[in-house]
Design a protein around this ligand. Structure first.
Ligand SMILES: [Mg+2]
Length: 256
């Protein structure tokens, strides 16, 4: 059995704040969703959008003149469903696609749909491992084991077999109680760089917040562009509720 990669710590450079500074009006905010704005849930479909969050995001979007985007591993449609009626710029599918500030959708990387058969093979395998969950996405495949940690090695090894078939195109990401096979040629950092080239993001200070190792490219891009990359674990005690309180404070709502 292969050793699984350990969850890595990503210490922030000394110049990066550990405590989140107050949100400034010249920022461009890039926000991961699961584990950052929303509490993690046992399954991807059981997340809860807390009362008040959509209104806080709407008011932040107004305060920052539109420079608020969701940057997520989920497909774009998930975000619109979860944050309805709010429609924000989104980079989805780990940066493979985006809805730009003008509303147009665009592929950001030369990715292709998943090879046929992977999803059905994964579903057949995971049926033998109770508690594991297959989450097919347009360009990637996540296998969750939060409800069955004893099967972590099984789901990792299955994805490793798939990745070996297309080693140039796919890599395995380690997430919270999940592994995800995703295209090598897209990441959240690339998506942030693309959005930062466009109004109303261009010329602002990029600030990205994420909770997972999959977010490191986003944090790195924000720093590279002169901004701030924050980790929920380091700067918000690992609590999405603390992120929400920080955002709410910026728009004068202490109770959200
Ligand atoms: Mg996350």
């Amino acid at each position: 059995m292969m050793n699984r990669p350990a969850l890595e710590a990503h210490p922030q450079p000394a110049t990066q704040p550990r405590q989140p500074p107050d949100i400034e009006s010249d920022w461009a905010l890039f926000l991961d969703l699961d584990g950052t704005l929303l509490d993690l849930a046992p399954t991807p479909t059981s997340v809860v959008v807390p009362d008040g969050l959509v209104d806080v995001l709407r008011r932040l979007h107004h305060r920052l003149h539109g420079a608020v985007a969701i940057v997520t591993g989920r497909p774009l449609a998930d975000i619109d469903q979860l944050l309805a009626p709010l429609v924000l710029p989104v980079a989805g599918n780990h940066g493979a696609s985006a809805r730009l500030p003008d509303g147009t959708q665009q592929a950001l990387a030369p990715v292709q749909p998943l090879p046929p058969g992977w999803v059905t093979q994964a579903q057949a395998a995971c049926a033998q491992w109770p508690g594991t969950i297959v989450e097919p996405k347009p360009y990637s495949l996540a296998l969750h084991y939060r409800l069955a940690p004893e099967h972590a090695d099984n789901v990792f090894n299955l994805l490793r077999c798939f990745a070996a078939e297309r080693a140039d195109d796919y890599e395995i990401l380690t997430a919270h109680y999940a592994y995800e096979l995703r295209p090598r040629h897209a990441d959240k950092g690339m998506a942030i760089e693309r959005l930062m080239a466009l109004a109303p993001f261009h010329g602002r200070v990029p600030v990205f917040i994420g909770d997972d190792v999959t977010d490191e490219s986003g944090r790195a891009a924000a720093r590279r562009l002169g901004g701030i990359g924050l980790d929920v674990g380091e700067s918000f005690s690992g609590s999405a509720a603390h992120v929400r309180q920080w955002l709410a404070k910026a728009v004068g709502d202490q109770d959200t």
